[in-house]
Write a protein that binds this ligand. Structure first.
Ligand code: MN
Length: 269
């Protein structure tokens, strides 16, 4: 019957097209750096849940981990709310932020933040991007974010502010949705642990998932406390550079303690 024959031909044509598309994707997609230890994936899932639990991310924001076997790759969830992330959502990317094996999963629009920072910061093993509410005022006013207490001593030495309008040379939708904007943000971050993003949020980096989570949480807390201290009126005494350096060296060594606590609280849900 002609209709059956036509249908069959269309079906075969579709199969061939799908096969060719799969082959093309296989040729253009970057190679995988190989499987990752399940415990590390679980830590990445935990980092997502902790940041949500601690009020650093909500329906938005993301956290990534540099691939342990290949510095040219990183791992990050597909585009979903951090609190909902499970191991099956974790995808691998190259530093151009191209997914190795997307399999239909969508990627965060602002993934270039991660790829471009990993490219220029070999010391960085984990990156968080968030819209941490208390930091927003410090990205849009003349008040610099400064370390108010020992827990946020890593803020000593200054927190740069990325202005996307300056970087793009024109108004944007505020999103770091291109490699060029990611590079500009990485340049603003320089060798620092935290950069604010004017009218948007922040980016936080560290040498491990526990440290980048610790820094993200205490950047939010410091911003909240600093606004309170400033609202009291009169001069505010911040940690001086030497205090910040010393406190960062000692408190920075205790990161596993809150990490274990936060993980226990965030994971069972
Ligand atoms: Mn964002």
């Amino acid at each position: 019957m002609p209709s059956t024959s036509l249908g069959r031909r269309a079906f075969l044509g579709g199969s061939i097209a799908a096969l060719l598309a799969t082959r093309a994707a296989a040729q253009t997609a970057p190679a995988s750096a190989g499987p990752v230890d399940r415990a590390l994936i679980d830590d990445l899932v935990a980092a997502n849940r902790i940041l949500a639990d601690q009020g650093v991310v909500d329906g938005y924001g993301h956290v990534s981990l540099r691939h342990p076997a290949d510095p040219q790759r990183y791992l990050m969830s597909r585009s979903i709310a951090p609190e909902l992330v499970t191991a099956g959502d974790v995808m691998e990317y190259d530093l151009d932020s191209t997914a190795v094996d997307a399999r239909g999963r969508t990627s965060y629009l602002e993934r270039f933040i991660h790829g471009e920072i990993y490219r220029v910061r070999p010391d960085v093993k984990a990156v968080v991007h968030n819209h941490s509410p208390s930091v927003i005022p410090f990205g849009v006013s003349t008040a610099p974010l400064r370390p108010l207490y020992h827990m946020s001593a890593f803020l000593g030495g200054g927190v740069p502010v990325f202005d996307i309008k300056v970087a793009a040379g024109q108004p944007t939708d505020m999103l770091v949705r291109t490699p060029a904007l990611g590079r500009a943000l990485a340049q603003t971050l320089g060798d620092r642990p935290v950069a604010l993003m004017r009218g948007h949020g922040a980016v936080v980096v560290g040498d491990s998932l526990p440290r980048v989570v610790f820094r993200s949480v205490y950047t939010e807390v410091n911003a909240r406390l600093q606004a309170q201290a400033m609202a009291l009126g009169g001069p505010v005494t911040y940690l001086d550079d030497e205090e910040a350096r010393r406190a960062d060296a000692s408190v920075g060594g205790t990161v596993p303690r809150p990490w274990e606590l936060w993980k226990k609280k965030a994971l069972p849900r």
